[in-house]
Design a protein around this ligand. Structure first.
Ligand code: SAM
Length: 235
């Protein structure tokens, strides 16, 4: 049986590219996004009662990867990027139906002109991600304290961040334009966004990495296990 779906909302996110988006939600609580209701769903009634819940489930499409199809086995970064496991034993983005699910924190419900939106925190979604459903998180049944986490049992160890003197003014400017930017940068870099093969290799301290957060290009180098911010360029 096939079933066609239309997005009920679009996600507005500080993450403007896939690189450096955390691999799961709630690892970067400073990431604040917005779910903008679409079409027939853009009405206050659809959200009535949602404010009673602290967290939400989002069902969404890995829309930027759909064209690349899927494979039955994947190499999760948590296993170093080499070992292969079945797609259904992973949270990989290349999946048969291209669907993702994330638990996020509900910040507030609001309206701007005719647009109804839900502000969320801790998302792991790219800007523009189509949302197919929003459901309240129900702790008594959704939380399973005795659950086994397999190869992803432990949260990754966070990496520290240092802002190099040459980047202090640019970081302050980004903070002024986007309050919370410094914390966002720190939490994003703490996840070590480098590809697993680079993170596990002998570090190349001269190599500079960059990622777009909001309208800034955050640039850093990895020196002695620390993320050193070298610049924050306004785009
Ligand atoms: N929590 C979700 C899940 O388990 O289904 C997503 C996990 S997936 C490993 C998280 C990654 O999806 C992010 O690091 C980002 O690179 C990627 N991603 C997020 N939104 C996407 C989108 N719209 N299209 C393609 N990839 C996306």
């Amino acid at each position: 049986m096939s079933h066609s779906l239309e997005p009920i909302a679009l996600c507005r996110s500080p993450y403007k590219e896939k690189f450096a988006i955390p691999r799961q939600p709630n690892l970067v609580p400073a990431a604040i996004g917005r779910l903008e209701l679409q079409g027939d769903c853009n009405r206050a009634e659809c959200l009535r009662g949602l404010e009673q819940f602290s967290h939400l489930w989002l069902i969404f499409s890995f829309h930027q990867n759909l064209a690349q199809g899927w494979k039955p086995m994947v190499r999760p970064p948590r296993l170093g990027g080499n070992a292969r496991i079945g797609v259904f034993a992973s949270r990989a983005t290349f999946r048969p139906n291209g669907l993702g699910m994330s638990v996020v924190k509900l910040h507030r419900i609001g309206q701007q002109g005719k647009l109804h939106f839900v502000e969320i925190a801790g998302l792991d979604l790219l800007d523009g991600t189509p949302i197919y459903d929003i459901k309240p998180y129900i702790p008594y049944s959704d939380a399973v304290p005795e659950a086994a986490g397999g190869y992803a049992s432990e949260a990754p160890t966070p990496m520290p961040m240092q802002i190099l003197p040459q980047a202090l003014a640019a970081m302050a400017a980004a903070e002024q334009a986007h309050p919370g930017f410094t914390q966002l940068a720190e939490q994003v870099l703490a996840q070590d966004p480098r590809p697993a093969y680079q993170a596990n290799a002998e570090p190349d301290e001269a190599r500079e990495y960059g990622v777009r957060l909001h309208d800034r290009d955050l640039r850093w180098q990895v020196r002695q296990g620390c993320n050193c911010v070298t610049d924050v360029v306004a785009l």
